[in-house]
Design a protein around this ligand. Structure first.
Ligand code: G3H
Ligand code: 13P
Ligand code: NA
Ligand code: ZN
Length: 328
């Protein structure tokens, strides 16, 4: 059976480790994560976006997770809904059997206006009420994810935040976080500390202090019992970037969040670390290279096997770096 996010993150807090939460859409991603977890004996957080559900179809997604549980009964697994844009999305996930949901009420424009804050509190509190009655955990989000370097809101700017945001608007306010948790009862809180979604986070190699680690400390000090979540936490592996571009791809030069900075966050209360882009890049790089190296091959299993291995290696590295290896 699945375990709830609350159960797993309480354990993580007790033993001072963090967990990567990998986005999943298909069988190969789930197999890569489970194989890696099995090898290093780590608990697992699988997470699926609304896009993942429409890509795979609800029954396929549900049965892929059931298959993972059947094949690896000794590994604790959380199935989490990533970025639920409205309560209905979260309710559908609860009905589908997820053990955790994210109600992302931060997607409205300009979180500093009282109206958007009240909206976030209202939708999140409603989801908590329903989810907790079903034994399901809830992650909320407060703040606006964006790169401190570019001042843009990344993927979330599509939903209303116009252009460049100020430094302060990009970071979660610690006092507001206290109020938000008190009013909503969320189990975990995604905070804005300088990361952004997707591959294009930083245009220059990060030289330390990319993350607003002081904010993490300030929020954790005030909310020691709320598990902190970092979104946009891919490290954008430079070796896979090179392979993608060497074998026909065309990605621009870009950098992600260094693993050491994430580990610093984990020391100060970060328990869940969302990673999607890294596995996408490993998968695409491995696919391109294997196809290039084997032009006569037409059995797609050859290519998919390479992608699974590439993703698995990254999963193992994150399990080990974040301290969850050996904690299953
Ligand atoms: O933050 C979103 C995740 O990277 C999932 O992306 O909506 O394209 O599935 P997606
Ligand atoms: P990345 O794009 O950095 O992998 O972030 C994924 C994420 O935050 C999913 O919610
Ligand atoms: Na999430
Ligand atoms: Zn996210």
């Amino acid at each position: 059976a699945l375990i709830s996010l609350r159960q797993l993150l309480d354990h993580a807090a007790e033993y001072s480790y963090g967990l990567p939460a990998f986005n999943v859409n298909n069988m190969e991603q789930i197999q890569a994560i489970m194989q890696a977890a099995d090898e290093v004996n780590s608990p697992v957080i699988l997470q699926a976006s609304a896009g993942a559900r429409s890509y795979a179809g609800e029954p396929f997604l549900r049965h892929l997770v059931l298959a993972a549980l059947e094949m690896y009964p000794h590994i604790p697994v959380v199935m989490h809904q990533d970025h639920g844009a409205e309560p209905a999305v979260c309710i559908r996930s609860i009905q589908s059997g997820f053990s955790s949901v994210m109600m992302d009420g931060s997607l409205l424009a300009d979180m500093k206006t009282p109206a958007s804050y009240d909206y976030n509190v209202d939708v999140t509190r409603r989801v908590v009420e329903i989810a907790h009655a079903a034994g399901v955990s809830v992650e909320g989000e407060l703040g606006c994810l964006g790169s401190l370097e570019s001042g843009t809101a990344g993927k979330e700017d599509g939903v209303g935040a116009e252009g460049v945001l100020s430094h302060d608007q990009l970071l979660t306010d610690p006092e507001q976080a206290v109020d938000f948790v008190k009013k909503t009862g969320v189990d975990a809180l995604a905070i804005a500390i300088g990361t952004s979604h997707g591959a294009y986070k930083f245009s220059r190699p990060p030289t330390g202090d990319i993350l607003a680690i002081d904010r993490v400390k300030a929020i954790h000090a005030r909310l020691p019992n709320t598990h902190l979540v970092m979104h946009g936490s891919s490290s954008v592996p430079q070796d896979w970037l090179e392979i993608i571009n060497k074998y026909g791809g065309d990605m621009g030069q870009t950098y992600g969040v260094p693993v050491e900075e994430i580990v610093e966050g984990i020391k100060h209360g970060v328990r869940k670390v969302n990673i999607d882009t890294d596995l996408r890049m490993a998968s695409t790089g491995a696919m391109r290279k294997t196809m290039h190296d084997n032009p006569k091959e037409f059995d797609p299993r050859k290519f998919f096997k390479a992608t699974t291995k590439a993703m698995k290696d990254i999963c193992k590295a994150r399990f080990e770096a974040f301290g969850c290896a050996g904690k299953a």
